[in-house]
Write a protein that binds this ligand. Structure first.
Ligand SMILES: [Ca+2]
Ligand SMILES: [Ca+2]
Length: 115
């Protein structure tokens, strides 16, 4: 009886811990994500319009010229903007931008998140 009770407690602690971490990863990056988005959008203030800034920026970041950003182009682009983020934040940002979930960020998707 004691042993099975002990085992049960371990299982529930693990479940509690992973649930807690899941909840936390949802809450923690959200605030920092918005800060990163603000940094990405900041230079738009110097451009004629946000649209012009996004077109110019994606032109620079789109290394293979297919008019969309893949994950590597996106993360290299963040670094070239001087924005340093964790792997976790890169993933979260990619999910935020890639609204149709095709693993590519189109100009429209990029614009809509910053607008
Ligand atoms: Ca590309
Ligand atoms: Ca997409």
């Amino acid at each position: 009886m004691y042993l099975s009770g002990f085992k049960f407690m371990l299982v529930s602690t693990d479940e509690y811990t992973s649930k807690y971490m899941e909840d936390n990863t949802e809450i923690f990056p959200e605030a920092s994500l918005n800060q990163i988005l603000a940094k990405i959008a900041a230079p738009a203030a110097k451009a004629a319009s946000l649209q012009e800034y996004v077109v110019g920026l994606l032109g620079k970041l789109d290394k293979n010229g297919d008019k969309v950003l893949d994950f590597n182009e996106f993360t290299d682009g963040l670094r070239s903007l001087g924005i340093h983020v964790s792997n976790h934040e890169e993933q979260a940002l990619m999910r935020r931008f890639d609204t149709n979930n095709d693993k590519r960020i189109s100009m429209e998707e990029f614009y809509n998140v910053l607008a």
